[in-house]
Ligand binder design. Sequence first.
Ligand SMILES: Cc1cc2nc3c(=O)[nH]c(=O)nc-3n(C[C@H](O)[C@H](O)[C@H](O)COP(=O)(O)OP(=O)(O)OC[C@H]3O[C@@H](n4cnc5c(N)ncnc54)[C@H](O)[C@@H]3O)c2cc1C
Length: 335
Amino acid sequence: MSKIFVYAEVADGSVADCSLELVGRARELAGQHGFSVGALLVGYGVRGLTDELIQRGADEVHVVDDVALSSYNILLHARAVAEVVKAEAPDILLFPASTTGRELAPRVAVRLGTGITADCTAVEIGDYVDPATGRKYEKLLYQIRPTFGGTVMAMIVTPRHRPQIATVRPGVYPIPPRDGKRSGRVREWSVDLSGKDAECVEVLEVKKEKRKVDLKSARIIVSGGRGAGPEGFKLIRQLAEALGGEVGASRAAVDAGWISYDHQVGLTGQTVKPDVYIAVGISGAIQHIVGMKDSKIIIAINKDPEAPIFRVADYGIVGDLFVVLPKLTERLRRR
Ligand SMILES: Cc1cc2nc3c(=O)[nH]c(=O)nc-3n(C[C@H](O)[C@H](O)[C@H](O)COP(=O)(O)OP(=O)(O)OC[C@H]3O[C@@H](n4cnc5c(N)ncnc54)[C@H](O)[C@@H]3O)c2cc1C
């Protein structure tokens, strides 16, 4: 049976959400197209995480549990992943487009002599006919991502090399629920992790910076753009606080230095799907829209009635944010 493998990133002793999302997506695709799902669990002291991966949708978990992998050494992790993939020959290999996945996936691709599509916003499976030769390929991975600065959605296929490797943006697929009745197979691998790769990096200390912003799990996001300016962001923060939400931003606002990058929504920021997304003083460039279009309700506040943001908004307020926001916040506070 053809196989889809997912790299199971481990963060703070748990499987990272971004990998669980991919296990869920792989399960969906596997069900529709007759694949099996394998998870790759690489690290030290990670054996206890196999049940979670199976319950979320993996049929098999391939484990490389080795003391040499206790601190993150990219060379050893890439070797461990590549060795298992070489032996198992999956058709498709998915990594989250997290910091780790973005670093690891291309190194694994080079070791396997295949390509990679980075930062996909969707993955599907379907057939493909090569226009040059007329040859038909069945059940290829459609690797879908914005290109040319977000003006075009590209569908990329890898007909002749295996595995087909893609990194997929965190937050585009939901985390599947646990199914305690699922069962699966666990396979332990022993990979030779000795040699120069093991010696050339020594981790002396790990300093973790606490995440200050959590846009991914926010139910309400109030985002500000260039139209807000530094003064407008004070009003945006007040509105977000009144609603119990987080503050997001367009790239223009981040580039202007009014707010830090971890608040940025869009092509080169985060993909978010809150219940309510309020875009304030944001024009609605495609690079912003791709990061928030799947929000349940979109509300736009902009003084230009022709602003493109109104095309994706469920509700629009045409007006000056410096007039609208104080009234809105005041009303919400009273309620
Ligand atoms: C490769 C690439 C990647 C990119 N990635 C991202 C990304 O991840 N995220 C992102 O956001 N952008 C991204 N961009 C930039 C994007 O193209 C736009 O330039 C950016 O989104 C514009 O930000 P903005 O809407 O805040 O600013 P503007 O387009 O300048 O819009 C400002 C809006 O504010 C309104 N306004 C002004 N004053 C007021 C007022 N007083 N009250 C109400 N409304 C007012 C105006 O009418 C206008 O519509 C990227 C671009 C490229 C090329």
